[in-house]
Design a protein around this ligand. Structure first.
Ligand SMILES: [Zn+2]
Length: 734
């Protein structure tokens, strides 16, 4: 094995030693190089010399060796990162934006919550090498009854370990919370108003329901007391930033607090900010505007006016962002108070449900567009992270903040060159772009529930509905071919490293589930199992799970399907819903002229019953999530005494109904959602069994199904109805 001699010329300190430690660790891991420490001339010299600019560095040739010179100790860490990724690079580099932050959401048993803390600590150090200089966590009070709660103590210990690791690699710890946050045990009489429809609130503010109103007598005191207890638990950490949040969760809709964002929120935030500065005098305050104007209008305008009149001395940064795209108000009117602003890009959740469930979610083009729009307005940003599957998105965010002119493609190339192999970098970027273009993944929860309620995967193996929806996957073999070609060229160490595996698994799952038309296979289960191991997701909640069938069993065993019909009282003249049917394969589309079919026709009939929790609604959406065609549903009813009834069908997609092969009802238009009372036909039925068939237009995935029942037309006596014939439509159990 080759060796490099290294000389630490900088003053020995914890941070310069950390720079050396990281260089040694990753030269070995990524380049198979060992180091030898020497005290003079060396292949590599690490030094610190102020001059190029805060947190910057230069890398130069010098006397036959290479010098990595940090402007300061953080700069030396960043120089090591650059050298590791690109040993040939020479020059000077200084960060454009001072605020380069990642927020680890540590909940739902995601990777930050459940992985061995050593894994998270290494990950923090690896983010430092990409220029991260602030790491944020949230101790989410509502999970606990108080700081003495054993679960609260465990979370404090974990967050402290993560923040200390950050601190030890030159990253400023950041903590914070919602402005009126509270423990689960908060007194009911001091809690916020969470109602809406009053005081200008149009919609639910999405609070946990334990938050405190700062305008009730004693409310603000309790907010500060809770916060004091929380801050006490983080003593000894060099908290560089404290962040305050209005909503999601948090807030109060009472008349004294509304509109929260420009009123009650500011009252609570100022008091909490001052308390945080007592504990951590050097801390800077970021004031978030998340969800401003979402539930009530006038918040942006209100804070703008207030800060224009009176620039607050307790706010250092305004945090501004939104789901999907940046808010319009600051783009048009600038930042309230002329304060520096930071973004809050959401890199985790969009277009993949569960988040990260199919592996990596690279979004090179998306983040380039975002950056082009907001770069001029921001002093940096804090990326919201739910896991490690969006690692490349974190790196794009950090490096955009470092050097705004760099394209996300160029950043991704450097990433791939370092994490995979230099000669695969261009191909890996194309792979990431291809995976971005095909991303829009979700799981049909009704379909999972249907399988579990009908005996499980093995029992249903011949009639599985579509579980996995990959709406944009069209040619998955293109990505998979690229992934295979790259895979062949990687060293064994890097081929099995998680950063490569999450990309490879994404391509492989897309291909496998495209072939299986969204049904689980032994192979897809093996791929999901590998993701589960990578994410440490054995206990993960649904939103952050790796959704193989084993995980779906664990997650969905107690779920009920949500109701699909409005709750309408139908009165005694109506029969119960007909709930057991058989479903045909999808037939070519023509509702108005759909021909009659019979259960004896070879249409691959399979049992379909209404889901528990969703009474009445016969739902085919899980079988035909996007398809356009005619689904036939058949059942059989028995009549004891001949009579006349109204046959009711409450449908969304167009239908044609047949009784014993005779069409009785044709209504081709679609209405979403399905009303219970929509279409009816008077039918005369003789004594005996009758076949009822409904042709449903699935309308490209917009026709989901129907409810079906009879109405008695008898004027007197107890109403009698045709009743379902057992077995005819019942789910077969093997
Ligand atoms: Zn209030």
């Amino acid at each position: 094995m080759k060796k490099l001699s290294i000389h630490l010329a900088a003053k020995s300190s914890p941070l310069s030693s950390k720079a050396l430690e990281l260089l040694e660790r990753y030269l070995l891991q990524k380049r198979d190089l060992r180091i030898r420490k020497v005290s003079t001339r060396a292949d590599l010299t690490l030094d610190v010399r102020p001059g190029v600019g805060k947190e910057g560095f230069s890398i130069q040739e010098s006397g036959g060796g290479v010098r990595l010179i940090g402007n300061d100790e953080r700069g030396l860490i960043y120089a090591v990162g650059k050298y590791l990724r690109d040993p040939q690079w020479r020059g000077t580099s200084v960060p454009e934006k001072p605020f380069r932050t990642i927020y680890f959401a540590s909940h739902f048993h995601n990777v930050y919550h459940d992985a061995p803390v050593e894994f998270i600590e290494r990950y923090v150090e690896e983010l430092a090498l990409w220029g991260c200089n602030v790491l944020s966590v949230w101790f989410d009070m509502h999970h606990y009854t108080g700081m003495d709660d054993p679960a609260a103590k465990a979370m404090v210990a974990r967050l402290r370990a993560i923040l200390l690791t950050a601190q030890n690699v030159g990253i400023s710890p950041m903590i914070g919370g919602t402005a009126n946050e509270a423990f689960a045990s908060s007194p009911k009489e001091l809690r916020s108003d969470f109602s809406f429809g009053n005081n200008g609130y149009k919609s639910d503010i999405g609070a946990y329901g334990v938050e405190i109103c700062p305008n009730k007598p004693g409310g603000l005191d309790l907010i500060l007391e809770y916060r004091r207890q929380m801050l006490e638990a983080f003593r000894g950490i060099q908290v560089g930033f404290f962040s305050l949040w209005p909503y999601d969760q948090g807030g109060c809709t009472c008349a004294d607090c509304a509109p929260w964002g420009s009123n009650g929120y500011l009252r609570a935030s100022e008091a909490v900010a001052k308390l945080a500065k007592q504990y951590f005098p050097a801390t800077k305050i970021t004031l978030s505007t998340w969800y401003f104007d979402k539930n009530i209008s006038g918040e942006w305008e209100g804070i703008d006016k207030r800060f224009a009149r009176n620039k607050p001395d307790w706010v250092d940064y305004i945090m501004a962002d939104n789901f999907g795209s940046f808010p319009e108000y600051p783009l048009k009117h600038g930042i309230p108070g002329g304060l520096p602003a930071v973004g809050f890009p959401e890199i985790s959740m969009q277009l993949m449900w569960p988040w990260g469930g199919w592996g990596a979610n690279p979004r090179l083009n998306h983040w380039q567009n975002y950056w082009d729009r907001v770069r001029h307005l921001l002093a940096g940003g804090m990326a919201y992270s739910e896991g490690i599957y969006e690692d490349i998105n974190k790196v794009i965010h950090l490096q955009h903040c470092w050097e705004g002119d760099r394209t996300s493609r160029d950043i991704a190339r450097e990433y791939a060159s370092y994490e995979f192999a230099p000669d695969c970098a261009n191909e890996a970027v194309r792979l990431m772009e291809d995976l971005e273009s095909s991303q829009d993944h979700s799981i049909s929860q009704d379909a999972v529930i249907s399988v579990l309620q009908n005996g499980g995967w093995e029992v249903c193996r011949n009639s599985l509905p579509v579980i996995y929806n990959q709406h944009n996957v069209k040619n998955p073999q293109v990505a998979m071919q690229m992934a295979r070609k790259i895979d062949e060229r990687l060293t064994p160490g890097l081929r099995t490293a998680w950063r490569w595996r999450i990309l490879w698994l994404r391509a492989a799952l897309d291909e496998e589930l495209f072939k299986s038309k969204g049904r689980p296979t032994a192979r897809s289960d093996a791929y999901f199992a590998e993701l589960r191991r990578i994410y440490h997701a054995d206990k993960a909640e649904w939103v952050v799970s790796a959704p193989g069938t084993r995980d779906l069993n664990r997650l969905f065993k107690d779920w009920k399907a949500p109701a699909r019909l409005p709750n309408v009282d139908r009165g005694p003249q109506y029969s119960p819903f007909l709930e057991t049917w058989k479903l045909s394969k999808l037939m070519p589309k023509t509702v108005a002229g759909a021909p009659a079919v019979a259960l004896t026709d070879p249409l691959e009939w399979k049992p379909l019953s209404v889901l528990k929790g969703a009474p009445g609604f016969v739902n085919v959406h899980m079988f035909f999530p996007q398809e356009d065609g005619i689904a036939y549903l058949a059942t059989r009813v028995r009549v004891k005494k001949a009579g006349v009834w109204n046959l009711h069908v409450g449908h969304d997609g167009g239908i044609r109904a047949f009784v014993d092969g005779r069409d009785v009802l044709t209504v081709p238009e679609r209405i979403n959602p399905a009303p219970v009372f929509r279409s009816k036909a008077k039918v005369r039925l003789e004594k005996g069994d009758h076949d009822l068939v409904i042709a449903l237009d699935t309308d490209g995935g917009n026709g989901w199904g129907f409810c079906c029942f009879f109405e008695s037309l008898a004027k007197t006596g107890r109403p009698e109805f045709p009743v379902p014939v057992p077995q005819a439509g019942k789910i077969a159990r093997r």
